[in-house]
Design a protein. Structure first.
Length: 156
C-alpha cells in the first residue's frame, strides 16, 4: 500500500512540475505548419516563373535581333573594306540590300519590292537575319555613308 501511495505522490509531483496538459502533439502541428508554408512558397515561385517566361523569350529575341543588326553593319563594313567603291552602286547579289528603299538601281527593285533578309549564319535561319539600307547622299560633303541596319530573330 505504501508503494502505491509513493507512486501516486511521484505522479502528482511530476504533474505539478511539468504541467497537466503536456506538449506531446506540438511537434506534429509545427511540422504541418512548415510543410504548408514551404508548399505556398513553392507554388508562388512556380507561378512567378510561368508568368515571366514569355517576357524572357521576348528579351532573348530582342537581344538576338540587336546582334543580327550589328552583324549587318559588320557585313557592310567588310564589303566596303574589300571594295572602296562598294557604296557607289547597288549590289544586286546582296540580299540584305534588296527592298523598297534601294533608290536608283539596275536590279529592278521598286517601292513595292519586299525587304530582303540575309541570314546571319548561312544555313541557319533561326540564328537571326539582317537587312540594311544605305544613304550615300552625304558621301561628298561629310565623307560618310549612312547605314541603317535592322535585325530579326523569330518574329521580333
Amino acid at each position: 500500500m505504501m508503494m502505491r501511495h509513493l507512486r501516486s505522490a511521484r505522479a502528482a509531483w511530476y504533474r505539478r512540475l511539468h504541467g497537466v496538459g503536456g506538449d506531446e502533439g506540438i511537434a506534429m502541428v509545427m511540422v504541418m505548419g512548415v510543410i504548408i508554408v514551404m508548399s505556398l512558397l513553392l507554388a508562388a515561385t512556380f507561378a512567378y516563373a510561368l508568368a515571366v517566361e514569355p517576357q524572357a523569350r521576348r528579351d532573348q529575341d530582342w537581344n538576338g535581333a540587336l546582334a543580327a543588326a550589328q552583324a549587318g553593319v559588320d557585313d557592310y563594313v567588310a564589303k566596303l573594306n574589300a571594295n572602296d567603291n562598294y557604296w557607289n552602286s547597288v549590289d544586286c547579289t546582296n540580299v540584305a540590300l534588296r527592298g523598297p528603299a534601294a533608290g536608283q538601281n539596275s536590279c529592278g527593285w521598286t517601292a513595292s519590292t519586299a525587304v530582303g533578309w540575309q541570314n546571319v549564319s548561312a544555313n541557319n535561319a533561326s540564328a537571326g537575319k539582317f537587312h540594311y539600307d544605305t544613304d550615300t547622299s552625304v558621301i561628298y560633303s561629310q565623307g560618310a555613308v549612312r547605314l541603317s541596319s535592322t535585325g530579326k530573330v523569330g518574329s521580333t
